[in-house]
Design a protein around this ligand. Structure first.
Ligand code: KIV
Ligand code: ZN
Length: 521
């Protein structure tokens, strides 16, 4: 079945607006622009860039995003009053496809205590403000805040009224995350069946996660006839957050048989988007978070590891690559079997004889009894005894860098017991250090991934660096790791560590080409 036989679901991303309402998630203009660029690469249909009346900064951010980002529609939020709407228009008008998103609460509890309005007054306001917004631009979204606690008949009237007034999208928010999936399915189905004009517009939902049901409710709404979902990266947002974009998109992707729906999302950009948001806000996702959590594709139980190694689909319903993650995230622990241990050794560049594997496995089991998670460095230290002599040893690294000079490094490396040195410049201090090492070693390996993490999350902590290199023939990717309080030193050591592993690997693979590593310094 081709994609055109599936229903298209619009993805309305509100990470920059509702997401930014998460405690501690505020972003500056530059950060918002960076995230908007990534959302555009991800392929969202609408970027809600902010709430322009809220502050000067919000206004500028929405305006800047509207000016730069092409492709996605750019929405600005506005309460249902003229001042807000005009301000929102003034910011989004620079976009190729601007959207004014205006909202007002429709539930009795909000009418009575917050807005102090009657239902009739509210109806008039909603309809008039949609007309007002429509005088500026074509695409108008209307949201009935707290829709799920609104009297149904009144909600039908309001929705019908705003459609007649020119709304092109009507959004049904479960503002306080109160709905349950079956109930919400019926709610949306009733709106679809009973509201005149509903088939001529986009019917959207916006589910909060107070009961942990944001994703489930959004998916139920899709089954009931919604054709837009509002969501955020990593599920960030007001209180317990919003429905998570990655969860909705991957549920639709993996269970096409149930939902018969597609999105325009490039799923391989999901993980990068999640990581970028984490880096910008400093808010990490829980390790077991679906799709983007550290453990989402990690198999620890021996029986699972064995199954995945034999055939991925035994325990994986989607591949890590599908969401833009690297495979091979086997976390070893005391339940890990020999098969998984051997596989880890290979990925770390060790090709040992059977007796060596046996000996290392016994040590590994002893260590796993004392330590829950066994990381690559632990395996390195276990296996190190089989390789007492390392070919390369970093003896000295010094980099001059700063905002007014080009980074320049000086490196001394022990190669087979002989001291060699060289210097190099680079794009940054790490690049300069790695270039100098490469000048000495001439491995022709290419760095294909580089990651630095703070071990304790403070500035005086150690930087844990991993560098993945690919050999000149692109036959194998090998990761080196090291930790140091100076991340340039950690990076240089991690690179040397990867080179040592590559050397050992080359030596052990049928003596093929230990000489691939020529020394020229
Ligand atoms: O949760 C909500 O009701 C909202 C509206 C502004 C759409 O965020
Ligand atoms: Zn919301």
């Amino acid at each position: 079945m081709g994609d055109n036989q599936f229903k298209k679901i619009k993805i309305f991303d509100t990470t920059l607006r509702d997401g930014e309402q998460s405690p501690g998630a505020s972003m500056n203009i530059e950060e918002k622009l960076n995230l908007a660029r990534q959302l555009s690469r991800l392929g969202v249909d609408v970027i809600e860039a902010g709430f322009p009346i809220a502050s000067e900064g919000d206004f500028e951010a929405v305006k800047t995003i509207a000016m730069e980002i092409k492709g996605a529609e750019i929405a600005g939020l506005a309460r249902a009053n003229e001042k807000d709407i005009y301000r929102a228009y003034s910011a989004v008008k620079y976009a190729a496809r601007p959207v004014i998103h205006t909202f007002i609460a429709t539930s009795d509890v909000h009418l009575k205590y917050k807005l102090k309005m009657t239902r009739n007054e509210l109806y008039e306001r909603a309809v008039n403000m949609v007309k007002y917004a429509k005088s500026f631009t074509e695409n108008i979204e209307f949201s009935a805040e707290d829709a799920t606690r609104t009297d149904m008949n009144f909600l039908y009237e309001v929705v019908e009224g705003v459609i007649a007034a020119g709304a092109t999208t009507v959004n049904i928010p479960d503002t306080v995350g109160f709905a349950t999936p079956f109930e919400f399915f019926n709610f949306i189905k009733n709106i679809r069946e009973r509201v005149e004009g509903i088939d001529n517009i986009i019917l959207s939902v916006h589910c909060h996660n107070d009961l942990g049901l944001g994703t489930a409710n959004s998916l139920s709404a899709i089954l009931a006839g919604a054709n837009q979902v509002e969501c955020t990266i990593n599920g960030i947002g007001e209180r317990a957050g919003n429905a998570a974009l990655e969860e909705i998109v991957m549920a639709l992707d993996v269970r096409k048989d149930i939902y018969n729906a597609v999105t325009g999302i490039n799923t391989t950009e999901i993980y990068r988007s999640s990581q970028l948001l984490t880096h910008i806000t400093g808010i990490s996702v829980q390790p077991n978070k679906a799709i983007v959590g550290k453990n989402a594709f990690a198999h620890e139980a021996g029986i699972h590891q064995d199954g995945v190694l034999k055939e991925k689909t035994t325990y994986e319903i989607m591949t890590p690559e599908r969401v833009g993650r690297q495979p091979n995230e086997l976390v070893l622990g005391k339940h890990s079997g020999k098969h998984a241990f051997k596989e880890k050794l290979v990925s770390l560049g060790y090709l040992l004889k059977d007796e060596e594997v046996e000996a290392a496995f016994v040590k590994f089991k002893a260590l796993a009894d004392r330590k829950k998670d066994i990381y690559d460095e632990d395996i390195d230290s276990l296996v190190a005894k089989s390789h007492p002599l390392e070919k390369y040893e970093l003896k000295y690294v010094n980099v001059v860098c700063g905002d007014t000079v080009s980074p320049l490094s000086m490196v001394k490396l022990m190669v087979d017991g002989e001291l060699k040195h060289n210097s190099s410049c680079g794009n940054g201090p790490v690049d300069a250090a790695i270039n100098a090492i490469e000048k000495i070693v001439n491995s022709r390996a290419k760095v294909v991934a580089y990651e630095v993490k703070s071990i304790r999350g403070t500035t005086e902590a150690q930087g844990d660096v991993s560098v993945t290199i690919e050999d000149a023939d692109k036959r194998i990717g090998i990761t080196g790791r090291s930790a140091h309080t100076d991340i340039v030193v950690a990076s240089a050591k991690a690179y040397v560590n990867a080179l040592n592993k590559l050397y050992v690997h080359n030596k052990n693979t049928a003596g093929k080409s230990a000489c691939e590593m020529e020394i020229n310094a």
